[in-house]
Ligand binder design. Structure first.
Ligand SMILES: C[S@@+](CC[C@H](N)C(=O)[O-])C[C@H]1O[C@@H](n2cnc3c(N)ncnc32)[C@H](O)[C@@H]1O
Length: 283
């Protein structure tokens, strides 16, 4: 299902969306993240990390990625856009689910790794011999993950591997895999289930899988209806983004079960947009 089939049309726009599409596009040209979105209609590892880290970086300084003062649109995007706020909250949900599972000797992977913030921001004090693997198709994301590792310097080893998520060529290898930001680009349900099968094969029996999904818009409980209206205007009319593959909890549970997992928990964010699932590979 696609987000694009839901929500308000241009005709239903309120005064908040008055600037018009051309004006909004011009405003997006005014900052690096906006320019990337205009060209790519999605986020790569670098820009996902920028969005995730915003609460502890740009939100405090009001500076953009290039050091200039944040424009009104970028600030609105990063501080008020419901799906962006849900993404930032989802990141904290992943960390809270993963942290208590960390043990000495574990092999963890992030797939797609992006800049690996989900694993690199955990606390590894008191554990030994932990190896993290960043798996991503994009060499820039892998070098970004390596740079992020060097900067954060956690007491773990990191491996960066260029692999396709559907073809990991790894069986019974990892104890835990995290995955955010890939299934939301996969329209076909069977292909999405195949991705989960690929993860199940790569995990050891009883290995843990932490994965997110974007819920269907009828489930959303945005903290601000007008901000959701503006999000729809921006991400449907101005910039038809590609992260539109939404699924409800029932579908996600069914897919994970078919792929060989037992779902242990589904934890929702405040706006019920971007939950985090903890699942265990069956023996
Ligand atoms: C939205 S980012 C998410 C990154 C990271 N998981 C995070 O949450 O910060 C999506 C990432 O998926 C990677 N990617 C896209 N298709 C892939 C595939 N078939 N196999 C592996 N990685 C892929 C992209 O290179 C990009 O780094």
């Amino acid at each position: 299902m696609s987000i694009i089939s839901h929500g308000h049309t241009g005709a239903a726009r309120g005064p908040e969306t008055d600037p018009g599409i051309a004006e909004a596009r011009a405003a997006l040209q005014g900052f690096e993240l906006g320019r990337f979105l205009l060209s790519n209609l999605g986020l790569n590892g670098y820009w996902t990390s920028y969005v995730l880290m915003h609460p502890e970086r740009g939100r405090l300084t009001n500076r953009s990625s290039d050091g200039s003062p944040m424009t009104e649109l970028e600030s609105r995007l990063l501080n008020r856009c419901p799906i962006i706020l849900a993404t930032q909250e989802r990141f904290q949900l992943f960390r809270a689910l993963t942290q208590p599972l960390i043990r000495s000797g574990m092999r963890l992977a992030s797939l797609p790794g992006g800049l690996m913030d989900d694993l690199l921001t955990l606390d590894y004090s008191g554990v030994e011999d932990v190896v993290l693997t960043a798996v991503d198709l994009d060499p820039d994301s892998l070098s970004g993950a390596e740079a992020n590792y060097r900067q954060r310097n956690p007491p773990v080893t990191i491996e960066c591997e260029a692999r396709d998520a559907w073809n990991l060529e790894s069986a019974d290898r990892w104890d835990l895999i995290t995955s955010n930001g890939l299934n939301i680009y996969v329209e076909d349900d069977e292909r999405c289930t195949d991705f989960y099968r690929s993860v199940a094969r790569a995990l050891r029996p009883e290995g843990m899988f932490i994965v997110s999904f974007i819920t269907t818009p009828d489930e959303w409980q945005p903290t601000s209806a007008s901000d959701l209206d503006y999000q729809r205007f921006l991400f449907q009319e101005v910039l038809p983004v590609k992260w539109t593959c939404v699924r409800d909890e029932g579908k996600t549970r069914q897919q994970l079960t078919q792929a060989g997992f037992d779902v242990i928990s589904v934890t929702y964010d405040e706006q019920r947009m971007f939950p985090a699932v903890l699942a265990k590979r069956r023996r």
